[in-house]
Write a protein that binds this ligand. Sequence first.
Ligand SMILES: Nc1ncnc2c1ncn2[C@@H]1O[C@H](COP(=O)(O)OP(=O)(O)O)[C@@H](O)[C@H]1O
Ligand SMILES: [Mg+2]
Length: 249
Amino acid sequence: MTQMPTQPMIRISGVNKYFGDFHALKNINLEVPRGQVIVVLGPSGSGKSTLCRTINRLETIDEGTIEIEGRVLPEEGKDLAKLRSEVGMVFQQFNLFPHLTIRDNVTLGPTKVRGTKKADAVRRADELLERVGIGAQAEKYPAQLSGGQQQRVAIARALAMEPKVMLFDEPTSALDPEMVGEVLDVMTELAASGMTMLVVTHEMGFARKVADRIIFMADGEIVEDTDPESFFTNPQSDRARDFLGKILH
Ligand SMILES: Nc1ncnc2c1ncn2[C@@H]1O[C@H](COP(=O)(O)OP(=O)(O)O)[C@@H](O)[C@H]1O
Ligand SMILES: [Mg+2]
């Protein structure tokens, strides 16, 4: 098989998704080049989480295709597990295993899913924990860490699978305000390292500073798809203007 060098990292084509009669994603088309950082904005209920969840197939779609590096998302089985490991996801809730140490939370995926040798997984976990500023806490349990620290562990855990893409769904929304910055700093560093990222967030400073591109969603549709400067200074749609008016004031 020939590898096309220009293949986007993510390609979403003609995707429609329903929950019963409710049309949650309406003809979504989106190409994300390798290394690009997209921030997804939009009011509550606009389909941002659903979009994220379809990309690693936590949700099925009813129409269209989603490809990662030119490969259509597998339906199930081993291929799907592999794809999930290539698309890391960080949620609002950190979902760490409470009975495992921080280090074991990070090594679990690589050893169980990837078959990585324990010693190699531990070495890599400790590097990643260092990178997200949790190096000294590896022996502790999640409940002994602050929310901001737990979310940084969740990022390290996703990175341990060596993902090609990272999806973040409101990763700072459950945090106390003083802990938001430390998580955004890790994400900013990750973006600078060249990771392809799709980030749902209400952190407008981050969106403005770190995003290469803004996607604005409303009612299950992509309403605007533009650069941050244009979006924040000159939104084209009434819905985006209304959204910015509410969130910035
Ligand atoms: N599992 C589900 N069953 C039924 N409706 C759902 C489900 N998940 C999401 N929805 C609906 O789909 C719409 C989009 O939800 P969501 O993607 O969570 O929006 P956002 O993340 O932008 O707030 C909402 O109206 C929500 O109620
Ligand atoms: Mg959501």
